[in-house]
Design a binder for this molecule. Structure first.
Ligand SMILES: [Zn+2]
Ligand SMILES: [Zn+2]
Length: 346
């Protein structure tokens, strides 16, 4: 089968790989139809997110069709359209038993598309525990937004969202957009910062009807007297101490960008102003909620997808996300929102 393999920094190729086989009676073989490209994939390729174990097949935001089921599979049959939850959890470690399955003790080495082979391949094997029916209202491409939205809802669930809270979102890639839309459903309005002009223009079409203001920089946003935000969501990895003066007392800073970085922060100021720093990764019990919000149109999946490309074109298409494999160079001038890979034809 064809698979997108990451073999080291800036090395990404479509290679031939054996079709995986069922290893347990509860496993299903899924023919992958569509899979989103995520900032995590770009971070892995740029070597700024070090959880990966190359060589590894990338991809963790996929939909597909069940083609084979193990003898003990009860919930799915060949031909069923499904969404894949890539966040493995064992169910028996102390984290799984205390409601923290996104931090399962077996996570290292089992993260699909990061430390174990993922879904940017024609076939993928997983337990039926990690499959969810794909609603008929959603195309394979739209359904691929379930995983990132599940992660976003997990982050939102960690916040205390007061009525009429104001928010600043840093970065308007798909995750930033989903945060603005998901918080908007809870009554939150605010300002989103996106320095890439092309991406900002695409995002504005999605967010302006929901009352969000889009600015190219924090300086632009705060020059007009803005500030006093109750919530800051950093999806871009650019949060630092310079933003604290714009945060209200009792505010919350949610950090979800996965890349290595350092910041020097006056911890006394956090205490004095009751400001919380909160991290969030992966989805925690939010997969079905995400699927429902997409199927009902409350989160407008189609409007977030700017490009659909075949698997063979992914190495070149990464340039839409600022990642130039040939030059081994990254620029923040992304010209895309969500890029979805059409892995298999209908
Ligand atoms: Zn992702
Ligand atoms: Zn576990």
């Amino acid at each position: 089968m064809r698979a997108l393999v990451y073999s080291g920094p800036w090395q990404l190729d479509v290679l031939d790989r054996p079709v995986p086989t069922l290893s347990s009676p509860t496993d299903c073989l899924v023919r992958v139809m569509a899979c989103g490209i995520c900032g995590t994939d770009v971070g892995i390729v740029r070597d700024v997110y070090d959880a990966s174990r190359p060589p590894v097949v990338l991809g963790h935001e996929a939909t597909g069709v069940v083609v084979q089921t193990g003898a003990a599979v009860r919930s799915f049959h060949a031909g069923d359209r499904v969404v894949i939850n890539p966040t493995f959890f064992c169910g028996t470690c102390r984290f799984c038993r205390t409601g923290r399955t996104n931090h399962c003790a077996l996570k290292d080495g089992t993260e699909a598309g990061v430390s174990s082979d993922g879904t940017l391949a024609e076939y993928y094997v997983t337990s039926e525990r990690f499959l969810h029916p794909l609603p008929p209202e959603l195309s394979y491409e739209e359904g691929a937004l379930t995983e990132p939205l599940g992660c976003v809802l997990t982050g939102v669930n960690q916040l205390i969202v007061r009525p009429a809270a104001t928010c600043m979102v840093l970065g308007l890639g798909p995750v930033g957009l989903l945060y603005a839309l998901a918080l908007g459903m809870r009554g939150v309005r605010g300002t989103a910062i996106e320095p890439a002009a092309d991406r900002g223009a695409l995002a504005e079409k999605v967010l302006a009807p929901h009352g969000w203001v889009i600015r190219a920089s924090v300086a632009d946003a705060t020059a007009e007297g803005g500030g006093d935000f109750d919530i800051l969501v950093d999806t871009s990895g650019h949060f630092d101490a310079s933003l604290l003066p714009f945060m209200a007392a009792g505010s919350q800073v949610l950090l979800v960008a996965l890349r290595t970085r350092r910041a020097e922060i006056d911890l006394g100021l956090l205490a004095d102003r009751s400001i919380s720093l909160i991290g969030s990764i992966d989805s925690l019990g939010t997969f079905d909620d995400a699927r429902s919000l997409l199927a009902s149109g409350q989160i407008p999946a189609a409007s977030l997808i700017s490009h659909v490309v075949p698997l063979e074109d992914v190495p070149a298409a990464l340039s839409l996300l600022g990642c130039d494999l040939r030059q081994k160079a990254y620029s923040p001038n992304a010209a895309a929102l969500k890029v979805i890979v059409r892995v298999s034809a209908e």
